[in-house]
Design a protein around this ligand. Sequence first.
Ligand code: GLV
Ligand code: MN
Ligand code: MN
Ligand code: MN
Length: 428
Amino acid sequence: EPHSFIQNSFSSLSVEMESLQKQIDELASFSDTPAPSVTRILYTEKDVLARRYIKNLMGLSGLSVREDAVGNIFGRWDGYEPELSAVATGSHIDAIPYSGKYDGVVGVLGAIEAINVLMRFGFKPRRSLEIILFTSEEPTRFGISCLGSRLLAGIEVLAKALKTTVDAKNGSFLDAARSAGYVKDDNDLSSVFIKKGSYSAFVELHIEQGPILEEEGISIGIVTAIAAPASIKVEFEGNGGHAGAVLMPNRNDAGLAAAELALAVEKHVLESGSVDTVGTVGILELHPGAINSIPSKSHLEIDTRDIDEDRRNTVIENIRQSAIRIAKGRGVRLFEFNVINQDPPALAEKAIIKAVEAASKELNLTHKFMISRAYHDSLFMARVSPMGMIFIPCYKGYSHKPEEYASIEDIANGVKVLAVTLAKLSLT
Ligand code: GLV
Ligand code: MN
Ligand code: MN
Ligand code: MN
């Protein structure tokens, strides 16, 4: 019976650590900023080269490779009952400006290696196993995160909005996608949607992006829930003017309105009463951006998250009230207050949690249940598939900066747990 065949011989599962590390390093070289930082933005030349690199590896592993209209990439290993819904795994390879080389990448290269591990072992999947490289998990270029997985989950308003979405240089999403070889003439993005039930399970391997596993010396984090993110765009407009000539009582400074709102974000977050509430102003731009000109426009992008959706929504509402009050008080216009996304949290599926737990135990790896404070494509895959996530430790919990690091030994542990989890799920 194939199940016991697997269970009885885990000790012989082997990860090729040297080649996996080499792949991680090679992929990191497709970057628009110098090492050790990585910058890989959706549909740029470097992104296209990195995609080609992954498709090539998928091909070398004998997977059949397919891409959808926005460039989600699928690599499939047919099971011996290929008509059953498949078990999927995967993550992203886009990287925000000046970030590191492990976020997302571990869940893509690690998935390919997990498949290799199972193939070398002689495993035969019952359900097909499929690796998904998701397009633009990061919101860098078009302001919306998890673009590929949101579309897979069938979010129609997004498919519609993307037809008129532009980047900071006013380049359209559709043109950018076409330049990378995606979106055919009909501009139809609904072809990306998948049906609920297309996958019997989706499991994502990822670095923790927090310090807990490393601090506690635990090998595997088993995610039970993903916190709920929201992002908000705000624009203030004032009259601007000469920095020397316009006296203080006569100003309506859009920059100061932005500064005041940034502090209000911190205040509302701290007032929530929970350490689980966080808020960040990661983008703050002033126009015209000259030392001797009073800012006539300011642009903020605010990220706020919580494991409790209502509490996070209260923070959003408080930020809105503050923006209105600040605009009034300073005589500037609140030109825009736009909640870009306001996502609900997602729970991992019990059966997948159990499979990851069993895999960790059988591999003699210490494990811990935890929530994900970062969001992931898993948050959206959860809408169309039972979902689970496997975390591995990373150095000091660093992420979204060049110092991000995970040891190849920890990565290999994650790959093994992923391999055994996929094997189990494929046989159920
Ligand atoms: C994704 O990268 C996030 O910000 O959680
Ligand atoms: Mn990230
Ligand atoms: Mn990530
Ligand atoms: Mn992320």
